[in-house]
Design a protein. Sequence first.
Length: 255
Amino acid sequence: MKTNNLEKFKDKLAAGKFCLGASISVSDPSVTELACEAGFDFVFIDGEHGNIDRDAAMKHLMAVSGKDAASFYRVPDTSHTEIKRVIDFAPAGIVVPMVMNAEEGRRAIAAMRYPPVGDRGCGFRRGPRYGATEFAEYWDASKQEPWVILQLEHISAYRDLDRILELEGLDSIMIGPFDFSASMGKAGQWDDPEVRRVFDDACRRIREAGVALGCSLDMRQKEWKDRGVQYMQVKGDLPALYERWRSVIEEAAAW
């Protein structure tokens, strides 16, 4: 849809571009607009860990209009209710965190598609551009939008990965390495042999299944790109601000 730039993002992936994203956790939508102007390929608007309420969510999603970045919104959990609260604001994709098994994934997918395929409610808002888009065109587009992104963040989900990858309507898996490694009792131990083996295996199986592979981590990005990751959230708004302010303070010491 023109309102969320999903097609632009998918075209970049199809062309083989490694797409970069910024994580947005603050309520001010100008930060999303800033990330778009900086040149990111997508914004990862975080409704799970940030302080973004429903009103702010819509404003963040509106901030990408006319830009080149796709708008991905992470809901707090896998529930139908949480997905319903933002889906009518027309994000390019909805990121569902901590999906533990295929059954949870199936329910999340159903919440993003209208009947008879799913059980999404009909509340037409930004998707059909408040009526500016012909209904038939919108209804057809809604069969593929928003992009369904399930997060692989727990060893339990890894053990059910084959069934998750078989889910009808799944577009992408986005790995969350910190939570994933923590669920193995090895938080942040990136060089641990078991952690590396599981990460390598998960990435290989996801790509072989023809499912788009994403990741969210602000370090060791080249390592994940080499695993076949196609798009990556590489920096959050608050860490970026902190790091730049610290560098200014350190630079000032030489004045």
